[in-house]
Design a binder for this molecule. Structure first.
Ligand code: SF4
Length: 256
């Protein structure tokens, strides 16, 4: 079913983004994929570090990438002639290293075997086709495909856990939406020129302020536009009306 978006939703979404742009600092060096993309124009290297960053911090992903580059080399040739367990040893810090080392080995073999489908070539396809082809590669799901495409300036939005959480709390995506629905909702609300900055801003906001267990709503620049905090305030005022003074104090301390 086609998504119907009324103008007021777009205006609200635009305002949310403007406020984040004014108040949230994005540092490229906090994102492993951007650090590597700044150093190289080789999509194979960028894909490798993006795979490392799956279920892993950016710091650890970058460390794994550097160690692998030093000990083995991050090229299809070097990875395909290295034993999987040696790759695993080099990338241990990235977590899920056995699975990731197997994926890397396969990725290297595919790259050498199918020259007609090099990453450079895939990245030039129309976005939908490129997303489909990328997801045929080992350990590449929609998020990894979107990260890579986005780095290459293609029109897409990657949705990681922070983007997912922030989008839902701010009422930009339905609460139960899955990956594709969140991505589509954001792409309908925003203009293509904002697609690249949205995940970076939402991730930075999610890491620092809109944290998973205890969001710092009192210091959030988007507080007034956030349905999540409004709902929480109503919930808290109901609890305060029925709680003892000791419990009220504990609750205030926990949320401050
Ligand atoms: S008000 Fe709270 S829940 Fe809403 S976006 Fe800000 S930090 Fe997140």
């Amino acid at each position: 079913m086609a998504t119907v978006i009324v103008d007021s939703e777009r205006i609200r979404a635009k305002r949310i983004l403007e406020i984040l742009k004014q108040n949230v600092s994005v540092h490229d060096e906090d994102f492993a994929t951007l650090v590597v993309a700044r150093e190289t124009s080789d999509p194979f290297r960028v894909l490798v570090v993006t795979i490392f960053s799956q279920s892993c911090t950016d710091i650890a992903a970058l460390r794994a990438y550097r160690t692998l580059d030093r000990q083995v080399g991050v090229t299809p040739q070097s990875l395909s002639r290295t034993k999987t367990q040696d790759i695993a040893k080099a990338i241990r810090v990235a977590g899920l290293y056995k699975q990731k080392s197997r994926a890397l080995k396969k990725l290297a073999q595919i790259s050498l075997k199918h020259h007609s489908r090099t990453l450079d070539g895939i990245l030039r396809y129309p976005v939908d086709q490129a997303r489909f082809l990328l997801q045929e590669l080992p350990n590449v799901g929609p998020k990894t495909a979107d990260v890579l495409l986005s780095v290459w300036g293609r029109s897409t939005i990657s949705v990681d856990t922070q983007v997912n959480r922030v989008s839902k709390r701010l009422g930009l995506a339905p609460q139960k939406a899955k990956y594709e629905e969140v991505r589509t909702a954001l792409m309908h609300l925003y203009k293509p020129e904002d697609y690249h900055s949205i995940p970076l801003l939402f991730m930075a906001h999610g890491r620092k302020t809109c944290r998973s267990p205890r969001p710092r709503c009192s210091s959030c620049p988007d507080e007034r536009l956030c349905p999540f905090i409004q709902k929480n305030l109503e919930h808290m005022s109901q609890r305060v009306a029925h709680a003892s003074p000791r419990h009220v104090n504990q609750s205030i301390k926990r949320n401050s």
